[in-house]
Design a protein around this ligand. Structure first.
Ligand SMILES: [Zn+2]
Length: 208
C-alpha cells in the first residue's frame, strides 16, 4: 500500500479505535442535534469547524451551500430530501447554513464561462444563487473584487436562510421556537466564524 493509500484509509486503524465505545453504543441509531448545510469545498470540514463528534451533525454538502426554495417535485432531490429527513424525522433543533471565504461556487457567479459544455449541471445548480448578483451589485459602492467576493458569500448565506423558511414544516417549527436557523461565514485562513445577527442585519464574530 502506498503512503497515500495508508493516509487515506487511516480511519479504520486509528480513529475507529478511539471511538469504538461510542460506535458500540450509538451504532444502531442517531440523534443529531443539528443539520449542517455547507459547501462541498474540500477545505470545509464540518466536524472540525464545529468541534463535534460522530452522531452530532446531520450533514448536507453541495456546491456553494445552496438550499433550493421549497417545491413539490417528482425529480430526485438530494438536498430537499435530506432537509426533510433531518427536520421531520430526526427532529434536529438547529440548522446551520455555513458559507466560507474563497468560495469557488460563489465566485463562479461572476465568471463568464466560455466552456459551459463541461459542466451544464453545475451551471444550472448555480442559477439558484444568481439573484444574489443583483443584490451585491446594488449594495457595492466599489468594484473591489475581494469585497465583492466577501459580500457575495455573505448575501448568499442570508438568501439560503430565507429559502429554508419557504419549507412549511421549517417555518412552523421556527415560529413555534422548536427550531433555530443560523448563518455562518467561515474563514478558511483563520478558522474564525462570523454569525449572522438577523435583528442587527450584520455578521459578528462568534469569538467576541
Ligand atoms: Zn464553496
Amino acid at each position: 500500500m502506498s503512503h497515500y493509500e495508508e493516509e487515506t484509509f487511516r480511519f479504520r486503524g486509528d480513529d475507529f479505535e478511539v471511538n469504538r465505545g461510542y460506535f458500540n453504543e450509538y451504532g444502531r441509531q442517531q440523534h443529531p442535534h443539528s443539520l449542517f448545510i455547507g459547501c462541498s469545498d474540500s477545505r470545509v470540514v464540518p466536524s472540525m469547524i464545529t468541534k463535534t463528534i460522530p452522531g452530532e451533525l446531520f450533514i448536507i454538502r453541495n456546491i456553494a451551500n445552496l438550499v433550493p426554495p421549497y417545491r413539490e417535485s417528482s425529480e430526485f432531490l438530494a438536498t430537499t430530501s435530506a432537509i426533510e429527513y433531518a427536520v421531520q424525522v430526526l427532529n434536529v433543533k438547529n440548522i446551520i447554513i455555513c458559507g466560507h471565504s474563497n468560495c469557488g461556487g460563489c465566485a463562479a457567479l461572476w465568471h463568464d464561462h466560455g466552456n459551459t459544455g463541461l459542466m451544464p449541471h453545475t451551471r444550472r445548480w448555480l442559477e439558484l444563487a444568481s439573484p444574489i448578483k443583483e443584490r451585491v451589485t446594488r449594495i457595492m459602492a466599489t468594484a473591489d473584487p475581494a469585497a465583492r467576493e466577501w459580500l457575495t458569500e455573505r448575501i448568499n448565506i442570508i438568501e439560503q436562510m430565507n429559502h429554508l423558511m419557504t419549507y412549511p414544516y421549517i417555518r412552523e417549527r421556527v415560529e413555534n421556537n422548536e427550531l433555530k436557523i443560523y448563518g455562518w461565514h467561515y474563514m478558511l485562513h483563520s478558522g474564525k466564524i462570523y454569525q449572522y445577527n438577523e435583528s442587527a442585519g450584520y455578521f459578528e464574530s462568534k469569538d467576541d
